[in-house]
Design a protein around this ligand. Structure first.
Ligand SMILES: [Zn+2]
Length: 269
């Protein structure tokens, strides 16, 4: 699943090619994604110039003079930037055409979304998202304050987009390992000092992944137009029943809120 670093890398990959460009037309081959694509999206976007391209959580925002296209990659979505039109394949649901490029949305599982709003500041998907994890608004004091009297496991707590935007399963697992915090501990039971450590770990790991993504940006316009997706060296995620890289004991595999979770019962207290 694309997580925040992949969305950020996608943004950095497409932004220089699309900013200031005018949409020629939108071809929609499949309207049924997580929510239906507005049937008039072609009329809404045609002849509109992309004035701003940004990210909020895992939502990409294409802002024009008349409104904003909200795009989410869902579980399996990809954006490809094509410099010459190649015939669409089965899962290529949407093409946004510009003078020199075509932005193609591919999504085999169709949990992605393309929505239109005239006021992004009041859109229901965006108004309740917590602070961006890489801003100063996301800090140990903030997280500790939000956790007061919360009984849910700390891992579910930091994966709640109302608490902080875009920390998914991989990065939550890795950050808790890095900060040496047991993922099933009730959020309200964790000290301020531990939350400061956890925030530092989340920022460090996301930055590392974004940096690594940055090294693949030059490949964004390869023949297939796909960003080089990437993975940081994972210390916990996907390593259940393997030795802990810190203490060599066997990592435990459990489920928290239906999500696979790996941790070291020795290092993470
Ligand atoms: Zn360990």
């Amino acid at each position: 699943m694309p997580e925040l670093p992949e969305v950020e890398t996608t943004l950095r990959g497409i932004k220089p090619h699309l900013l200031g460009q005018t949409v020629i037309g939108v071809d929609i081959r499949h309207y049924q994604l997580r929510w239906p694509i507005p049937s008039n999206l072609n009329q809404l976007l045609s002849q509109q110039t992309i004035q701003e391209l940004s990210r909020r959580g895992k939502y990409l925002l294409f802002t024009t003079d008349t409104g904003t296209l909200i795009l989410h990659l869902g579980m399996s979505g990809r954006l490809h930037l094509l410099s010459n039109m190649t015939a669409p394949q089965k899962h290529d649901h949407v093409d946004i055409r510009f003078a020199n490029h075509c932005l193609r949305f591919t999504d085999p599982r169709r949990f992605g979304a393309l929505l239109w709003t005239t006021d992004v500041s009041t859109h229901s998907l965006l108004t309740r998202i917590g602070p961006e994890p890489l801003t100063t608004a996301f800090n140990g004091e903030y997280l500790w304050e939000q956790a007061r009297r919360r009984k849910m496991p700390v891992k579910s707590f930091i994966m709640d987009s109302h608490v902080v935007a875009g920390v998914g399963n991989i990065y939550a697992t890795e950050a808790l390992f890095e900060a040496q915090i047991k993922p099933q501990t009730a959020a309200g039971k964790i000290s301020l000092i531990k939350y400061q450590r956890l925030v530092a770990a989340i920022k460090m790991i996301l930055n590392k992944a974004i940096q690594q993504g940055g090294t693949t940006l030059k490949d964004f316009m390869r023949s297939d137009g796909t960003p080089g997706y990437f993975s940081i060296e994972l210390q916990a995620y996907g390593r259940g029943n393997l030795p802990c890289m810190r203490c060599q004991r066997i990592l435990k595999f459990i489920r928290i809120g239906q999500r696979s979770t790996v941790y070291c019962a020795n290092c993470q207290g």
